[in-house]
Design a protein around this ligand. Sequence first.
Ligand SMILES: [Zn+2]
Length: 232
Amino acid sequence: MSEQGTLYTLGYAHPETARQVQEVMSDERALLVDIRLSPYSKWAATWNKAALCSVYGSRYVWDRRLGNVNYAHREQGIQLAPGHEDAVREVASWLREGRPVVLLCACRDARTCHRSLVAKLVQIALLEREDHYPGLLARYRGDEVPPVILPEAWPGMQWFSVALWTRWPDLLAEHHGYILGKSAFNAIENMMRYYRLSSVARAAAHTLDGSLFYRCARPWVMLDRSEEDGEA
Ligand SMILES: [Zn+2]
């Protein structure tokens, strides 16, 4: 089996990006995946779809499904285009084949660009086995997007896979998904708040690399008014 390919995220508004893209793409297995909603630049013709196609041929892929439909309205947050779950799995499968992949956007700052979210979803897809909890990525669709999915905005947090049981014993956890937390217990609390549950029968959380597994009985959280009203 070949070694997993490296995932890069680059924004061409940064002056170093042209050189970095060239460097990565000098590996003839590398793919340049354009994740802009619209693959055109108003100010740099070299970053238009046609120009990139002529340089990299079929190794340049524009995938609109990974675009941010709110890119012109940043205050509305990041919303990936329909079908992004499949597109994320596709990127993950290229990496599994050992191909380096560049996720390309325009933004200079990765911390506020949707490419960081796409990269995070790809990492999650790589960590999950295909037959393991299918459909979990669907949680990121539409209105179900929890406000905590942007890791850069919450320093000191990491991703956890969390399961909540409202009844115990019960074979299947009622709620299950990925969420950020400062610790395993904090991730459970965040998940309970997300589902507006002040207490559950059982909860379990593990880090995505499996280095930590945590479970507890009867955790409870206070749900206060400001959360209910959705104040930032
Ligand atoms: Zn961007």
